[in-house]
Ligand binder design. Structure first.
Ligand code: GAR
Length: 207
């Protein structure tokens, strides 16, 4: 059984999609061992607790130095015996010590088709604002492994979503979540939990 640690900062709709698909057995061989938020008020923590999942707040603000926070994050992941770290809207940079300890064992959901609209400064609604500003007709979401760059790791799954002429960043964000994120993030976890994913260089092979 793959033990998953989900890291969140906000509403937690992606976390909810994972919880629901584990309960519906669409994700097999996986369980969530802990949900960690850097924000004590994140509704995501509430969602976890409603399903009797351990939910804790770990914020850089609660530590004197960034190193101390980094160490606490790593210690917590180990305490909960996490095999796979899932970044589901986590807005804190993952420290190198965690990336090295969990090489190809951290995945992130990003709300665009990487390599478009990604990298430093592209997160949440800002991504969709940039998509509308550029006038692209198709956007989407990407699940990728996390390496030391920003949104540069091997791509696991992508799903395209149509941009409509009357979209606002909020309507577009909602459609990208519904049509892409809430499907491909759980699917990636299911594939990893069932040993269907291998990483060769910067490419992912699905079997
Ligand atoms: C999601 O749209 C996710 O793709 C995005 O934050 C949102 C979190 O929503 N992540 C990023 O922008 C990462 N660069 P949620 O808390 O409702 O799952």
């Amino acid at each position: 059984m793959l033990k998953v640690g989900v890291l969140v900062s906000g509403g937690g709709t992606n976390l909810q999609a994972i919880i629901d698909k584990i309960e519906d057995k669409k994700i097999t061989n996986a369980m969530i061992s802990v949900v960690i938020s850097n924000n004590a008020n994140a509704y995501a923590l509430e969602r976890a607790r409603k399903h009797n999942i351990e939910a804790i707040c770990l914020s850089p603000k609660c530590y004197e130095t960034r190193d101390q926070f980094n160490e606490a994050l790593l210690t917590t992941l180990k305490k909960y015996e996490v095999d796979l770290v899932v970044l589901a809207g986590f807005l804190v940079i993952i420290p190198e010590c965690v990336i090295h300890e969990y090489e190809n064992k951290i995945i992130n959901i990003h709300p665009s088709l990487i390599p478009s609209f990604c990298g430093t400064g592209y997160y949440g609604l800002k991504v969709h604002e940039a998509v509308l500003e550029r006038g692209v007709k198709v956007t989407g979401a990407t699940v990728h492994f996390v390496d030391t760059g920003t949104d540069t790791g091997p791509i696991i799954l992508q799903k395209a979503v149509e941009v409509k002429e009357d979209d606002t960043s909020k309507t577009l964000q909602q459609r990208v979540m519904e049509e892409a994120e809430w499907n491909i993030l759980p699917e990636a976890i299911h594939l990893i939990a069932n040993n269907k994913i291998s990483v060769i260089g910067n490419k992912v092979k699905k079997s």
